[in-house]
Write a protein that binds this ligand. Sequence first.
Ligand SMILES: Nc1ncnc2c1ncn2[C@@H]1O[C@H](COP(=O)(O)OP(=O)(O)OP(=O)(O)O)[C@@H](O)[C@H]1O
Ligand SMILES: [Mg+2]
Length: 253
Amino acid sequence: MTTAVTLRGLRKSFGTLETIAGIDLDIEAGTFVSVIGPSGCGKSTLLRVVAGLEPASAGEALVYGEPATSARKHKQVAIVPQHPGLLPWRTVRANASLLLDINQKANRSTTTDPVELLERVGLTKFLDAHPHELSGGMQQRVALVRALALGAPLLAMDEPLAALDEITRSEMRLLINQLVQGRGVTTIFVTHSITEAVALSDRVLVTSPRPARIIADIHIGLTRPRPDDVEDEPRFFDLCNQVRHALHEGAHS
Ligand SMILES: Nc1ncnc2c1ncn2[C@@H]1O[C@H](COP(=O)(O)OP(=O)(O)OP(=O)(O)O)[C@@H](O)[C@H]1O
Ligand SMILES: [Mg+2]
C-alpha cells in the first residue's frame, strides 16, 4: 500500500487561536476521503496545511513521503477551491490550461490534455467562451479540469460545490465520481454535505468543533464504480446516519 498523506501530531495555531489540535492520519493512495465538521472548526486550515499552503505549527504533514510544502513545489498536489477563480480575460480553454502554462516543466507523462477533459465534462461548445458566459456549475467544471489537467497525484478540494444549486451539485457529484475514480488520484474533499461526502468517498472523517480533531473515521464500503443511483441504496441511508450521529455527538461533547 502506498500512503499518499501522513499526518503525525499535526497542530496548527494562528497566534493564540488553536485550529488543529493534534491529528494523526494516514490516507492510502488512490482513495477519496471527505472531511466534514462544524463551520469554523479548521477544515480549510487542515486542507491548506496538507496542500503545503500553510506551515504546520507542530507535528508533521507528509505528501507521498515528502514534507507538504515541498510536495506542493513538486506539483504533487492540485487544489480545487470553493470559488472557481477563473481569469475573466482567458477563454475556457486557456483557463483550463492555466496551471500547465504556469508549470511549463510539469511532467508531461502525467498531465492530461485540458481540451479532452473539457469535452468529458460537457464543455466542448464552450472552449472559446469566456467565464462570464458560463453558469456557476460550468465555471466549477472548468476549475476541476484546471486542477485535474496538471496530473498531480493528490487533489485537495475545499467545498468546490458549495456555491451551486442542488441539481447542479448532484450532477457535479456524478461527474467527480466518474472523473476521479479509476485515475489513481488521491482526493481530500472538504464539505458540509453529508450526502455528498458519502456518495463520493471511501472514507469520511468527522471533525470536532475547533480546534479540529478527528472524532470519527467512517469507512464507506459502497461498491465502485458507484452507480448513478447510489443514493437510493438502503446502505447509503445508514452511512449518512452514521456520519450525522458522529457530527451530532461531536457538537455536544
Ligand atoms: N490565516 C488565518 N489567520 C488567522 N486566523 C485564521 C486564518 N485562517 C483561518 N483562521 C481561523 O481559524 C479558524 C478555522 O478556520 P477554517 O477556515 O479552517 O475553518 P473551516 O472549518 O474551514 O470553516 P468553514 O466550514 O466555515 O469553511 C477560524 O476561527 C478562522 O477565523
Ligand atoms: Mg472552510
